[in-house]
Write a new protein. Structure first.
Length: 160
């Protein structure tokens, strides 16, 4: 009598389901971490650009670029506008608007009139009020946010 040799080769359905379940769980964690990382990078990118624009506007005021006026930044929820002069005018053709990412907004704008104006020559913030010198950048779909605080000299003293 000949013996039948049943050798098991391959995987059972239960083994395949378990491996797929573990793989999908790991993939889910990786995806969530990548999304959170992207949001943090987005806020940091906005802060880097804003910092550069603040320094640029202050430098223009100090060296008397163009017409030798004061220069400033006007904040709105989804953008900020670089302008020249003592106050923001929406009709000035020399204004430059910088839009935020679609997922980011400015909140808690405490600057008087939503604007920071740098005095010509000194570069100090005109009408500086201590406690009214911060702006918060927040992600719409998350809890990531950072607050930028300026001192009366126009220097960013804190980003947290």
């Amino acid at each position: 009598m000949k013996m039948l040799n049943f050798s098991k080769r391959g995987f059972t359905l239960i083994e395949l389901v378990i491996v797929l379940g573990i793989s999908l769980t790991i993939l889910g964690f990786i995806t969530i971490n990548l999304v959170n990382f992207q949001q943090k990078v987005s806020i940091n990118s906005i802060i880097d650009t804003l910092t550069s624009d603040i320094k640029s506007q202050q430098t223009k005021a100090m060296v008397g670029a163009g017409s030798g006026n004061s220069y400033g930044i006007y904040f709105q929820e989804d953008r900020y506008v670089l302008f020249s002069g003592q106050s923001y005018s929406s009709t000035n053709s020399s204004n430059f608007t910088s839009m935020l990412d679609a997922n980011s907004v400015f909140t808690n704008i405490t600057f008087p009139g939503n604007a920071v104006v740098f005095s010509k020559q000194s570069g100090e913030i005109s009408g500086f009020v201590n406690g009214s010198n911060a702006i918060t950048i927040k992600e719409n779909n998350g809890s990531n946010q950072k607050t930028v605080i300026l001192n009366k000299y126009g220097v960013i003293v804190s980003v947290n």
